[in-house]
Design a protein around this ligand. Structure first.
Ligand code: GAR
Length: 227
């Protein structure tokens, strides 16, 4: 059983994870859950790709998976259809939190506003800088000295919700987009479980009014990791 900072047992946070790719971040959560290191229960995984390795990872861990493939019989599934099925699935699982971990479809305001639980997203840049795609290449082209990743609350505007936490690294003169991607992933694998732990134990609030009126530290929380 997990214990919070006041030695009270922590009720596991029911989380649903949305994925599109390799699922290395999902794996970190699975490993932490199985080791009892994180007070979570992964109640289900939704993938918009049937070839995502994340699907294999979830199935291997005995987690329920819904594949809502974005391509079916050669046709792209419209976002509205995807969202209709995803909403039904989430309502069935009743998560406390929805985690977008490498989920690469843009969701509509309607879906986000009516989701049965708050949603957070892992993004590979120090938001608000470098929203969107190809962040590692753009960061290098701009001659930045620092890079990293952020976890933010999902809102209708892309990558623009309240940033909850960030992990930062110094860019090396030898870095390439590929090396940066690998170094940032090392950060992600620590930032994501740590941030979810903070949410589970009440160290960070997803509600702006609670955050403002509490003794919690100002957001975003920042981790400095040597990667
Ligand atoms: C992660 O690096 C994450 O930051 C990125 O996708 C990768 C997924 O890796 N997310 C985005 O770019 C969202 N805009 P994973 O499938 O191995 O966890």
């Amino acid at each position: 059983m997990s214990i919070d900072q006041t030695s009270q047992p922590v009720k596991p946070l029911r989380i649903a994870v949305l994925v599109s790719g390799s699922g290395s971040n999902l794996q970190v959560l699975i490993d932490a859950m199985q080791a009892g290191a994180l007070p979570i229960e992964i109640v289900g995984v939704i993938s918009n790709r049937d070839d995502a390795y994340a699907v294999t990872r979830a199935k291997d861990a005995g987690i329920e998976v819904a594949v809502l493939s974005h391509v079916e019989s050669g046709k792209r599934m419209g976002i509205k259809t995807f969202e209709k099925h995803a909403t039904a699935q989430l309502e069935a699982w009743q998560p406390d939190l929805v985690v977008l971990a490498g989920f690469m479809r843009v969701l509509s305001a309607d879906f986000i506003d009516n989701a049965p639980a708050p949603m957070i997203n892992l993004h590979p840049s120090l938001l608000p800088a470098y929203k969107g795609l190809d962040t590692h290449t753009r960061v290098l082209c701009s001659g930045e000295r620092e890079h990293g990743c952020s976890i933010h609350v999902v809102t209708a505007e892309l990558d623009a919700g309240q940033v909850l936490s960030q992990a930062v690294l110094p860019i090396r003169h030898t870095d390439t987009p590929d090396s940066l991607q690998k170094r940032v992933q090392v950060l992600e694998h620590q930032l994501l479980p740590w941030t979810i732990l903070q949410i589970a134990i009440g160290g960070v609030s997803l509600t702006p009014s609670e955050q403002a009126s509490s003794i919690l530290p100002a957001l975003p929380l920042r981790l400095l990791i040597d990667a």
